[in-house]
Design a protein around this ligand. Structure first.
Ligand SMILES: *Cc1c(COP(=O)(O)O)cnc(C)c1O
Length: 467
């Protein structure tokens, strides 16, 4: 056996680069990167051959076979490079799952994102006058028409909206807020911290469970800039509690010539009570009551892209627009394109097209078909290796919306022989299209509320892969 002679059969880089398959790949990938991948693949094959020698084997592949082996290794490295940000199937039943990206967008919005991404646009160009225009102009009228607000603008998210409003209206001055509303919204958004960042001084009044109008009134002095109400969007206080209503706070503001602002958090535009969902104050209610400024998220109950919407009186919006922070928290054009499309759905009375609202309002019975389809597909995949049943359960709105809401739902519960629910859940996170589910009583629950019809086949396939 002539080891050197056999090793010389390994393809040369120059020859590899002349192969048609590689030339095709060259059109898609950078040449330097491709050469690097080929070099690594060559090395893999070389090592494999050396190991074969060490085991006393004599590799007897032809030059062509070796060339194919290198190319196939390289191709697999290239085409299977997974994207880091990728689709997952949300089987948790939490409709607004912040960690899973909150609101999936309606088709109408996706089309607008695509168009805005592909071409130039009149983003900040006034086509009437042929001069510089305003980014907000594309959604301003829609927002005012839908909510009754006098003026509107949009920023990157609601945290930015709150920060910006406080900076623009209360820098170096005092903002009065109830102790019961000093909330933390997951992660790092805490009202007192945001307030500190804005340069406004927090003046907390009342107690955790009760705040009265005179508590606010006593706190007002010549340094007061703003009265703030924060919607306690992710928790519910029960028992011996009371807070001041919007109307009372607005009247107090008028009396002292102070603006009143409300951070609504979710900002729902339609009344969801007829669908059996808990009462959530609508944006229209706040505007109608006379709030001077209202802020809310674009990707919570509104069901749109991540954005922060600011509505209110012209004089305040103008002040906010001219604040230097505005540029730092500017909304991007793709988001704006999506937001315009979503708002048009509201304007046209087509809010059922918005996936978040469609999912939240879907009656339990309507899920039966999907549940049956999924359970049949899973039975097939399991092939007797476990149990699949359709059960009643509850979903949640999530995303700090509709706190305490328990929305009746149908779920498919699965247990697999010899694999714990935790183990199965872990395996399902590692398949190409991860499926995120709930564990309950050592079973995996797939909540049909957040599973679309088109996901079902893929889900079954992924469960098969996980086994
Ligand atoms: C969610 C929420 C925020 C933060 O909104 P983002 O759009 O996530 O930045 C602020 N305030 C309240 C009351 C919220 O519920």
């Amino acid at each position: 056996m002539d080891k050197n002679k056999i090793m010389r059969k390994l393809p040369k880089m120059a020859d590899l680069l002349e192969e048609n398959e590689i030339k095709d790949l060259m059109e898609k990938f950078n040449r330097k990167y491709l050469t690097e991948v080929l070099r690594e693949s060559l090395e893999t094959v070389r090592v494999r051959m050396m190991e074969a020698f060490e085991r006393g084997e004599v590799p007897d592949k032809s030059e062509n076979e070796l060339k194919d082996e290198v190319i196939s290794i390289a191709a697999s490295k290239l085409s299977f490079l997974p994207y880091s940000l990728k689709p997952v199937i949300n089987a948790t039943g939490v409709v607004l799952h912040t960690n899973l990206g909150r609101a999936p967008l309606p088709e109408e919005a996706i089309e607008r994102i695509e168009t805005a991404a592909r071409t130039y646009s009149n983003l900040e160009f006034d086509l009437e006058r042929g001069e510089r225009g305003e980014r907000y102009s594309h959604v301003r009228k829609l927002l005012c028409d839908i909510t009754g607000a006098e003026d509107a603008m949009v920023v990157n998210n609601n945290a930015a909206a709150v920060l910006l409003c406080l900076s623009a209206l209360a820098f170096g001055k005092e903002v009065v807020i109830s102790r019961g509303q000093l909330v933390e919204i997951g992660g790092s958004f805490r009202i007192p911290d945001v307030m500190a960042q804005s340069g406004a001084r927090l003046l907390e009044v009342g107690t955790t469970n009760k705040t009265h109008l005179e508590d606010y009134e006593k706190a007002i002095n010549e340094n007061t800039a703003l009265l703030l109400k924060v919607h306690t969007s992710n928790f519910k206080m029960v028992g011996f509690t009371s807070c001041v209503t919007k109307e009372e706070l607005i009247n107090l503001g008028r009396k002292h010539n102070l603006p009143v602002m409300e951070d609504l958090g979710s900002g729902v535009l339609v009344d969801l009570k007829p669908y059996g969902l808990p009462e959530e104050p609508t944006v229209q209610d706040s505007i109608k009551a006379g709030m001077d400024l209202v802020t809310f998220s674009g990707d919570k109950l509104l069901g749109g892209p991540q954005a922060g919407i600011i509505l209110g009186k012209k004089e305040y919006i103008l002040k906010i627009k001219h604040h230097p922070l505005t540029r730092a928290v500017r909304i991007d054009k793709l988001t704006l394109a999506a937001l315009e499309a979503v708002l048009r759905l509201y304007k046209d009375g087509l809010w059922q097209h918005i996936p978040v609202l469609a999912m939240l309002t879907e009656p339990k019975d309507a899920m039966e078909n999907r549940a049956r389809k999924l359970s049949e597909a899973l039975e097939r995949v399991l092939n007797g290796r476990g149990r699949v049943e359709i059960v009643d359960d509850v979903s949640q709105a999530g995303g700090g919306s509709l706190p305490g809401s328990e929305i009746p739902t149908r779920a498919v519960a699965v247990s697999v022989d010899g694999i714990s629910a935790a183990e199965l859940a872990e395996r399902l996170r590692k398949v190409p299209v991860p499926v995120i589910a709930r564990i309950k009583r050592d079973k995996l629950f797939f909540d049909m509320r957040t599973i679309a019809d088109k996901d079902i086949e893929k889900m079954a396939e992924m469960v098969g892969e996980a086994l």
